[in-house]
Design a protein around this ligand. Structure first.
Ligand SMILES: CC(C)(COP(=O)(O)OP(=O)(O)OC[C@H]1O[C@@H](n2cnc3c(N)ncnc32)[C@H](O)[C@@H]1OP(=O)(O)O)[C@@H](O)C(=O)NCCC(=O)NCCS
Length: 249
């Protein structure tokens, strides 16, 4: 499995004229730094770039801390209609988060996907539909939790989720935008590389992270004043879920 993403990551890198191992490692450095503020992360240790690059190589260019951590986990969401919400307590209404878009896409069947699943087209399609459904654009997002099953995948999805110009993911990352104090914080939870990737629970866990910021309950890692966020998940094979959540009025 890591090999598939390593391949996707490197192919993407080639499109940028040879994205380096170090750049992917810096994405992992960011996510592990973010994880130090998340008490629920499987690994909440900060790693230096040297430690990340020098760790066990799982599938080039992803070393062990650049891979999502295999772990157990559970996540749940309670979904109610607007009418039902009005019957709930003031406190429940205050903590409610609006689902402005909920999109699930799959890839059209392609012969080549038997060997290398395409994680790009379905994410791009889901993101476009979600922005349309929610009536918001990428520049309206206060935070993003995306499916960094490997550090290489995170770079791919900056572009697929339209967080940057087409083909601009490397410059976007190098600008510092995706750090917690940047203009578009990505994976402030620590991402799947630190928080862990309990597969079936991962999608709702990403939704929960965004909802927690919109509720103002994210403690030390809170993105101040967060009003709109995007949660993304992929299942190879392939299916993609994108949710845009907004702070309820
Ligand atoms: C990366 C991977 C091979 C590590 O395997 P593992 O059996 O958990 O790890 P190892 O036994 O080799 O090493 C364990 C140590 O490595 C370190 N470690 C492992 N993964 C780490 C991570 N993501 N971040 C930081 N440290 C990590 C920890 O120190 C750990 O020790 P500890 O648990 O005692 O603290 C495994 O998590 C993996 O296969 N991940 C990818 C899963 C995948 O493909 N998911 C589907 C994607 S769609």
């Amino acid at each position: 499995m890591p090999g598939v993403f390593a391949q996707i990551g490197m192919e993407y890198g080639h499109r940028y004229g040879g994205t380096s191992f170090e750049l992917f490692a810096r994405i992992s450095e960011k996510n592990h730094a973010h994880s130090t503020l998340n008490p629920l992360a499987a690994y909440s240790k900060r790693f230096t770039l040297e430690e990340i690059m020098g760790d066990l190589m799982i599938a080039y260019p992803n070393t062990r801390p650049m891979c999502s951590a295999n772990c157990d986990g559970a996540a749940a969401a309670v979904v109610v209609s607007g009418a039902k919400l009005k019957t709930l307590s003031i406190e429940q209404q205050r903590r409610a988060v609006k689902i402005s878009a909920s999109v699930l896409t799959t890839d059209p069947w392609e012969e080549s996907c038997q060997i290398l699943p395409d994680v790009n087209t379905l994410t791009r399609n889901a993101a476009a539909l979600a922005y349309e459904q929610a009536g918001v654009g990428p520049s309206d997002l206060d935070l993003v939790e995306l499916h960094d099953c490997f550090a290489t995948a995170e770079l791919v999805h900056y572009d697929n989720l339209m967080l940057c110009e087409v083909g601009g993911a490397v410059d976007f990352f190098n600008s510092g935008a995706t750090w917690r104090d940047g203009s578009m914080p990505v994976n402030v939870s620590g991402g799947l590389e630190s928080k862990g990737h309990p597969i079936a629970a991962t999608g709702i866990a990403n939704v929960w992270e965004v909802a927690t910021h919109l509720r103002g309950e994210a403690a030390d890692r809170q993105i101040a004043g967060a009003k709109v966020g995007l949660a993304h998940v992929i299942g190879l094979g392939s299916a993609c879920g994108v949710h845009i959540l907004e702070k309820a009025a």
